[in-house]
Design a protein. Structure first.
Length: 145
């Protein structure tokens, strides 16, 4: 399980990590389940999914001030680019039983979509536009304060 950081902790790429969810297989197919108190380190307040993104396309390009999220590719695959203002990393997601935990104050963009990709995001709060940094410059100023 994830150790929760204090609100004063400067988030870094090291705080992002993969979470492997249970995978139950039998001859009729596979099943994966996700439980908030057991597999996700926050109460799930919103779930949304993205689909019909053109192959090779890009989405997102933002950071959240307080929201935590877990991103899971349900079909196809994509790359999540992560940036904490000092370091950058990329994580490919293509297995529906593996999610990527992204804490607040990490700039993300999604790219390199395989045809037919569908991904779901489990979020720690409801939609609130004021929680977003949509300008990379504003994000960098915030993390360097």
């Amino acid at each position: 399980m994830i150790v929760r950081k204090s609100p004063d902790h400067k988030r870094s790429i090291a705080d992002c990590h993969l979470i492997e969810f249970p995978r139950i297989s039998d001859p009729s197919g596979d099943l994966t389940f996700i439980e908030e108190a057991r597999h996700v380190p926050f109460a799930i307040r919103r779930v949304f999914y993205v689909y019909d993104t053109p192959a090779g396309g890009r989405r997102s390009s933002h950071a959240h001030k307080t929201l935590e999220q877990v991103i899971v590719s349900l079909a196809g695959g994509l790359t999540v680019h992560l940036d904490d203002g000092d370091e950058k990393a990329s994580q490919e997601l293509k297995r529906p039983w593996v999610g990527l935990y992204v804490p607040p104050m990490i700039w993300i963009s999604t790219a390199d979509f395989a045809p037919g990709t569908v991904y779901v995001v489990l979020a720690s709060d409801v939609y609130d536009e004021s929680d977003y940094y949509r300008s990379y410059g504003d994000f960098l100023r915030a993390v360097r304060r």
